[in-house]
Design a binder for this molecule. Structure first.
Ligand SMILES: Nc1ncnc2c1ncn2[C@@H]1O[C@H](COP(=O)(O)OP(=O)(O)OP(=O)(O)O)[C@@H](O)[C@H]1O
Ligand SMILES: Nc1ccn([C@H]2C[C@H](O)[C@@H](COP(=O)(O)O)O2)c(=O)n1
Length: 223
């Protein structure tokens, strides 16, 4: 019996940090679907195709995009992807192109394939609702926009990337609006998901909380 854990939530709520550590402790696979949307957003932007382009045009372009995940790295057409997908701009492109049905169909099919027949922690915006609706554990992480912007600010500053807090806050609010209001696969809490407000919780407290839920729902060993 596989253990499938879906972690959804808005930008900066802590999905990647928590999902990676959970997968490590439970010794199961991990999938960062945001990285895949960032890869596609940058690829289409650099190809000169806009987020509102015809689905056929986007579909045709995506036929030349081969995304792999090997030993903790994403590879695009055989080349390892680095920090270029982790910029604030890449997050904005991902959110914009993520509203296009052709992009969603392309990535959702790929993600479903990756998540099949294995225990996995997958994180994103539509894991518990679309990619893994049968997940035994569904977590919906939330935090105030100000807290999320502050976290992103500290994260980028630690990487030597100075960007104003106000710009980051506006980008997060814009992305939240875009991700929750789009027609297809919007960011929404699945009816059977557990909501955790991480605004005043440490990373360890969030992980412990989720592990308690996992141990009730899945037969897993916590390393
Ligand atoms: N509970 C927490 N307390 C303090 N800092 C946190 C907490 N959770 C995450 N962080 C920090 O906030 C930053 C963003 O976290 P993370 O990338 O996991 O969020 P995310 O939801 O995956 O964001 P995105 O959707 O944009 O990828 C990281 O630097 C992380 O270390
Ligand atoms: N399952 C997903 C994952 C991500 N997206 C879009 C919306 C996000 O704003 C953007 C970047 O994701 P992040 O790296 O911040 O987790 O990608 C989506 O639509 N569906």
């Amino acid at each position: 019996m596989y253990c499938k854990i879906a972690i959804d939530g808005p930008a900066g709520s802590g999905k990647t940090t928590v999902a990676k550590e959970l997968a490590r402790r439970l010794n199961i696979d991990y999938l960062d679907t945001g990285a895949m949307y960032r890869i596609v957003g940058l690829y289409l932007k650099e190809s000169g195709i806009g987020p509102d382009a015809d689905e056929e045009e986007i579909q045709k372009k995506l036929e030349n995009l081969f995304i792999e995940y090997k030993d903790g790295n994403y590879l695009v057409n055989g080349k390892i992807v680095g920090d270029e997908i982790r910029t604030a701009e890449a997050g904005v492109y991902a959110s914009q192109y993520g509203a296009n049905p052709a992009v969603r169909n392309f990535l959702t099919n790929l993600q479903k394939e990756i998540c099949k027949n294995r225990s996995i922690v997958a994180e994103g915006r539509d894991i518990g609702t679309v990619v893994m609706p049968d997940a035994q554990v569904k977590i919906f992480l939330v935090a105030s926009p100000e807290v999320r912007a502050k976290r992103r600010y500290e994260e980028l500053k630690a990487k030597g990337k100075e960007i104003s807090f106000d710009i980051l806050l506006n980008q997060i609010i814009e992305r939240d609006k875009n991700d929750t209001s789009r027609e297809i696969a919007p960011l929404v809490k699945a009816p059977d998901a557990v909501e955790i407000d991480t605004s005043n919780m440490t990373i360890e407290e969030v992980i412990e909380e989720i592990l308690r839920i996992v141990k009730n729902k899945c037969r897993v060993i916590d390393n």
